[in-house]
Design a protein around this ligand. Structure first.
Ligand code: ADP
Length: 443
């Protein structure tokens, strides 16, 4: 529709005009005057074209430029072409933005995009429903001015967003949200919030179910165990029933142990928010562990204790005992007779470290990450033989979680294993002090 720029045409026109001026100048025998007049006319004409262009750029409402003449035709058309290109780009960008927004709206989670100063750039509909944001009213507002929960303020200021934060929804009663901040681009943040009330409810139902069933199984099992014992005492030594009765006794004992472990696990899980104020007498715990080790090993292993006295913990004594005892009994159960076991509790740079090192069978690398799963056993037959329930390390994991610690396992097949955990400085205390608050002697 518009002619494009042509350098040849422009040069051709200038040459033609110059020839015309020279011919007219020669005709009238006044080349200088004709040159002056035509240069002035030429200048005025160009000035007029410039004004037309200015008017169209700044005032005119029309999208198409006025018809350019002469050398100005290319300029007018070029500007129009650039304008069209930009318009096309803008509409493409708008389409991409629209698609991005539609995608954001289709997310099953609430999403909020924040700039480097934590101001809201965009949020989807779920963010309005779950977090109480108003769109577009809250656009440009700082998110921590709108979500005032202290945990959230601490989380967003902490700038370590590896772990998610659980928070009650500020507007929907009874809804629990899991918030995750993701840093991206040029210090921008993406907040993703998901409703986890249903998951938590199911978890709690599962916990209650396991706890109730385990509890209900205890009474009939005790009756069974009682009768088996009575029948064993009544049967003569050479009675053919002695063997089946012995087996029954072993299996009911195993079942009893499993129920106890299930109940312990349920109790530890239920005590999710236990505050860590109790003083755990680690020296008493050492004595208990020694007794337990003697009773289980029956002097068939070489057991060594390397224990720093007076290094107590602020926490839950039952849970700490469960954790240490499970690790020690595992070491004894999975170390062949004659093997050696070392138990250590010592101050280290990060706090205090407990470890149990054994010279037992060891664990292949592929199993290590799954050891703390419920009922996970490396070798079911061997576990059954050693009286294992597959719950011991799950108990250890939960007990340690409550003490802000985690289980570390180093093991190699045939070379033994080391199970360890570290309790941080904040949870260490000296004997005799009562709580974290009133204790000046947190060491
Ligand atoms: P279990 O009651 O079966 O011992 P645990 O949860 O305590 O269950 O341990 C899970 C599995 O980890 C065990 O079945 C065992 O195979 C392996 N395991 C735990 N401790 C040791 C250890 N000290 N040496 C070798 N294997 C171990």
């Amino acid at each position: 529709m518009f002619d494009s720029y042509s350098g040849y045409r422009l040069v051709g026109r200038i040459i033609l005009l110059l020839i015309l001026i020279v011919v007219v100048g020669l005709l009238f025998d006044s080349l200088a005057s004709v040159l002056l007049v035509s240069a002035s006319v030429w200048l005025i004409w160009h000035y007029r074209q410039l004004m037309r262009l200015n008017y169209w750029l700044w005032r005119d409402k029309r999208l198409t430029p006025p018809q350019g003449r002469g050398s100005w035709e290319g300029v007018f058309n070029g500007i129009y072409r650039l304008q069209q290109k930009n318009r096309k780009k803008i509409s493409q960008l708008m389409a991409i933005l629209g698609r991005f927004r539609q995608g954001g709206e289709a997310l099953p989670d609430a999403a909020v995009v924040l700039d480097a100063d934590r101001n809201i750039l965009w949020c989807n509909r779920l963010a309005q429903l779950l977090l109480g944001l108003e769109w577009p009213k809250d656009k440009g507002q700082r998110l921590d001015n709108l979500l005032r929960h202290p945990d959230f303020i601490q989380y967003i200021n902490h700038e370590n967003y590896n772990l998610p934060l659980e928070l009650p929804s500020p507007i929907a009663d009874g809804k629990l949200l899991e918030l995750r901040l993701i840093a991206y681009g040029d210090s921008q943040l993406l907040l993703i919030a998901r409703d986890i009330s249903r998951i938590r409810q199911l978890e709690s139902m599962r916990r209650d179910f396991v706890a109730n069933v385990s509890h209900e199984l205890k009474t009939p099992l005790t009756v069974l165990q009682g009768y088996v014992e009575v029948m064993q005492s009544m049967a003569e030594d050479d009675d053919i029933n002695q063997r089946p009765l012995k087996l029954m006794q072993q299996q009911t004992e195993r079942m009893g142990h499993m129920i106890e472990q299930l109940l312990t696990l349920s109790r530890i899980e239920a005590a999710e928010d236990s505050d860590l104020r109790q003083q755990v007498d680690m020296d008493k715990l050492r004595a208990l562990l020694e007794q337990e080790a003697q009773a289980l090993s029956l002097e068939q292993h070489k057991i060594e204790f390397d224990w720093q006295p007076g290094l107590w913990v602020l926490g839950d004594s039952v849970q700490m005992q469960s954790a240490c005892s499970n690790l020690l009994t595992n070491a004894i159960r999975y170390t062949p007779v004659g093997g050696s076991i070392k138990v250590s509790w010592q101050r280290v740079y990060q706090g205090a470290r407990f470890y149990v090192q054994d010279s037992g069978e060891g664990i292949a690398r592929k199993h290590i990450s799954r050891l703390t799963e419920r009922f996970y056993r490396v070798d079911s037959a061997r576990s059954r033989h050693t009286g294992g329930s597959g719950l011991g390390l799950a108990i250890v994991k939960h007990a340690l979680n409550h003490h802000h610690s985690q289980l570390d396992v180093v093991s190699a097949l045939g070379k033994g294993s080391q199970f360890s955990f570290t309790i941080s400085h904040q949870l260490l205390t000296a004997p005799g002090t009562l709580t974290a608050e009133n204790s000046p002697s947190v060491i």
